[in-house]
Design a protein around this ligand. Structure first.
Ligand SMILES: NC(=O)c1ccc[n+]([C@@H]2O[C@H](COP(=O)([O-])OP(=O)(O)OC[C@H]3O[C@@H](n4cnc5c(N)ncnc54)[C@H](OP(=O)(O)O)[C@@H]3O)[C@@H](O)[C@H]2O)c1
Length: 269
């Protein structure tokens, strides 16, 4: 499918691994120039080399801490210097740490806000500076199924992702006069560096139990989040803004799912 994005410029914050890397690769396949950032030089170098080895030379990589406002603005300026402007911006940075609320320190609270909420706030504003000039652009914030179904023991993460959904709608409204669309994507569990430690080994009873409430009984692949993100940025979704799209394997979509498996003989008729 030609998404009519060729020649455009896309930025993926947190683009060195996992969902961000898959998103960057999808933009490249659509003919965009792509800038990625993350903190670790080593991860960036690895990602950059992998993209070069695949034959993509229109890539820019910079070490940026997305929780530092000045660095985010400087990164946007560097991308615009390199590629001329910015058409698409994806805020992928985020992460959780297990912490009972009565054990969470003020520093834990600030870290959760900075990583999952503030980073996207800075990102949206940095992107808008360039998108407003050309009266065109699309921004996607990566939230999580945890924004509507918070994980016990990881409330600070879910609460900040819920706040990010609200922030997305606010930016969508304030940027609408400039024809800039702002949406979010909520993944369910996706295999990545971040999630691998929690996922039981495939084929075990623990794995089956883990995905019991998913209609699609497996973890997602990073590509299965990156591709919807790029589609959402594309003109194919030109009438969609202020929306949260679930890419979550249908987790918790229905209750009494067991009924389906107890009645497969009827359902297969
Ligand atoms: N994987 C899942 O199951 C899942 C499910 C729902 C939602 N999500 C969300 O999806 C997003 C990506 O997750 P993932 O699984 O792909 O994780 P990941 O592989 O750990 O990727 C996170 C990326 O963000 C970068 N990053 C982290 N903190 C940063 C900072 N302060 N400044 C700049 N870059 C930073 C990381 O690189 P550095 O460490 O080098 O900075 C890395 O490139 C997160 O927002 C997460 O909450 C993931």
């Amino acid at each position: 499918m030609d998404l009519k994005m060729a020649g455009h410029v896309a930025v993926v914050c947190g683009g060195s691994t996992g969902i961000g890397f898959a998103t960057a690769l999808t933009f490249l396949k659509e003919g965009c120039s792509v800038a990625i950032c993350s903190r670790s030089e080593a991860k960036l170098e690895k990602a950059y080399k992998e993209l070069m080895d695949l034959g993509y030379s229109n890539v820019y990589a910079e070490s940026v801490d997305m929780t530092d406002e000045k660095s985010v603005y400087a990164f946007a300026d560097h991308v615009a210097e390199k590629f001329g402007t910015i058409h698409y911006w994806v805020n992928v940075v985020g992460g959780s740490m297990p912490r009972a609320l009565n054990q969470a320190s003020s520093e834990d609270f600030d870290r959760a806000v900075a990583m999952n909420f503030k980073s996207a706030f800075f990102g949206c504003n940095a992107a808008a500076k360039y998108m407003k000039k050309q009266c065109y652009g699309a921004i996607v914030n990566v939230t999580s199924m945890a924004h509507w179904r918070p994980a016990a023991g990881r409330t600070l993460y879910g609460a900040n992702k819920a706040a990010l959904v609200q922030l997305t709608k606010g930016f969508a409204a304030e940027l609408s006069p400039f024809h800039i669309r702002v949406n979010s994507v909520s993944p369910g569990l996706v295999m990545s560096e971040m999630s691998r430690p929690f996922v039981p080994e495939e084929g075990t009873e623990e794995f089956r139990k883990f995905f019991k409430e998913y209609l699609i009984k497996r973890p997602g692949e990073a590509r299965e989040i990156g591709e919807p993100i790029v589609l959402l940025c594309s003109p194919a979704f030109g009438f969609t803004t202020a929306t949260d799209i679930k890419a979550d394997g249908g987790v918790d979509a229905v209750y009494e799912l067991q009924w389906v498996y107890e009645n497969l003989d009827i359902l297969s008729q």
